[in-house]
Design a protein around this ligand. Structure first.
Ligand code: ADP
Ligand code: ASP
Ligand code: MG
Length: 451
């Protein structure tokens, strides 16, 4: 029994959804039951929904409603094309969601403010719609699909827009709402990215969070494999938006995949690997437009015979916060107090370097930056630098072969590296450099290790 998660481009239009149906049917035939299907919103719909919230809360109600109409038409067209037999009911369901959303947009126009809780209600609409359409399309094709409301299946805390699933509650809910359907011979279809609090308030898991939902479902129902169907042939040796000819990495360890995802390989949401690791469930990244390609298989052990470096990843829009204080010298408890500040503002720190009297950290969440700087200023002088990026090279062989890390730094010698870090696992080497140098630096590293 497998879980198949399909990203935005894999459900973008009727043609893509027909490919999805094919892929689901093949999985069902080969496993004899299931699969569980998790879908993203149609490509770009989440961006559109967030733009609706922004437009509405800034008083541009007309623009918001025009956008909403575009989303409505796109889903209606898909419904008529893919599920003519039940189009009327499906369209009524779509309109129910979107009429609710229109009412929210009107209210935002009056309030002139969108709270995180409201943003979640808005953003969740994309997955709630796409999952209804996909379930109906599967039924039309003869697959016994049932729509599952993700708000019942994934239980989270109340950190709206980046909610954290509650493990025990979610497991119970998944057994009730997803596993039982599979046992009854059905194919459950649910939206990714979406959950709800114990009190029933809609939440979302953060941008790109459908991968995470897929993995949660996989762990919750004890799947034999979690498949992430996307628009590239697997995890690539570099970001394909920067390097034109990256290669597919056939095998990765969980640890490597987690590092790559964390440091910017968008093909996997950073939390995806966790549920898989806990249950030791293999994750496969596959291309829905090239379903025959082998993809990338991610397991506990990874590749036995990979190259010196496995893959590169990068993150843009990184900010460095640098705290210098003579009080740090020989003092214990200093770092604790520094990190308490980031903790208080729920801001994740990615890379840290320290010297005798200073500590530098990178963050990519800037919404509380001013407050953080104010709090840190009590300890010493604080400097902030923007427009940086983080470039990370990952490989399980790095710990055993220090020469590889040296080579990586050497090829980057022409760039002004603000920070260099090699974690205790030493599975990655990460540098922080000006954003303007990122593309060139990634090319250099790629040429060195993968040409
Ligand atoms: P989906 O909508 O299927 O979740 P995403 O857009 O979230 O797809 O992720 C897939 C994209 O991730 C690819 O199209 C690619 O541009 C980008 N990407 C960035 N780094 C990598 C990498 N190392 N390997 C593969 N894809 C990557
Ligand atoms: N639709 C959501 C997003 O665009 C979640 C996802 O696609 O994974 O962020
Ligand atoms: Mg994604």
């Amino acid at each position: 029994m497998v879980v198949q998660k399909f990203g935005g481009t894999s459900v973008a239009d009727p043609q893509a959804i027909r490919r999805l149906i094919d892929i689901v049917q093949r999985a069902r035939t080969s496993a004899g039951r299931g699969p569980a299907v998790v879908v993203s919103a149609m490509n770009k719909v989440t961006d559109g929904l967030l733009a609706i919230a922004a437009d509405a809360s800034e008083g541009r109600t007309e623009d918001a409603l025009a956008r909403l109409q575009g989303i409505r038409e796109r889903h209606h067209a898909a419904a008529r094309d893919l599920a003519p037999a039940e189009a009327a009911a499906l369209i009524a369901g779509i309109d129910g969601e979107l009429d609710g959303l229109a009412a929210v947009a009107q209210a935002l126009g009056v309030l002139r403010e969108a709270s995180p809780r409201t943003l979640d209600v808005v953003a969740a609409t994309g997955e709630l719609l796409s999952s209804r359409v996909v379930a109906a399309a599967l039924r039309q094709a003869g697959v016994p699909a049932v729509w599952v409301d993700a708000r019942k299946a994934i239980v989270t805390d109340d950190q709206h827009t980046r909610a954290v699933p509650l493990a025990a509650e979610t497991e119970t809910a998944l057994r009730t709402h997803v596993l039982r359907e599979i046992e009854a011979g059905h194919v459950p279809v649910l939206g990714g990215f979406v959950g709800a609090t114990v009190d029933g308030h809609t939440t979302t898991l953060g941008r790109g969070g459908s991968d995470y939902s897929g993995a949660l479902v996989g762990a919750g129902i004890g799947a034999s494999e979690i498949q992430i169907w996307t628009d590239v042939d697997g995890m690539l040796t570099a970001d394909p938006r920067i390097v034109q000819n990256p290669r597919v990495v056939p095998r990765l360890s969980f640890a490597e995949a987690a590092e790559l995802a964390y440091f910017g390989a968008k093909v996997l949401h950073p939390s995806t690997i966790l549920p898989a690791v806990e249950r030791d469930i293999p994750v496969r990244i596959l291309n829905s437009r090239n379903a025959e390609a082998p993809g990338t298989l991610i397991t506990a052990t990874g590749a036995a015979d990979g190259g010196p470096m496995t893959a590169l990843a990068c993150k843009r829009e990184v900010t460095v916060v640098d705290i210098t204080s003579s009080r740090m010298l020989m003092a214990h408890g200093f770092l604790r107090r520094v990190f308490e500040v980031f903790d208080r503002y729920r801001t994740a720190v990615d890379v840290v370097t320290t010297s005798e009297v200073s500590v530098s950290v990178t963050i990519d969440e800037r919404r509380h930056l001013d407050a953080i700087v104010a709090a840190l200023s009590e300890f010493g002088s604080v400097e902030v630098e923007h427009d940086l990026s983080l470039l990370c090279a990952v490989g399980d062989r790095l710990p055993r072969e220090p020469e590889v890390a040296a080579r990586a730094v050497r090829v980057l010698e022409e760039f002004p590296l603000k920070m260099i870090s090699q974690a205790a696992s030493r599975r990655n080497i990460t540098v922080v450099l000006p954003q303007a140098d990122l593309a060139k630096a990634m090319h250099r590293l790629h040429e060195e290790f993968f040409a």
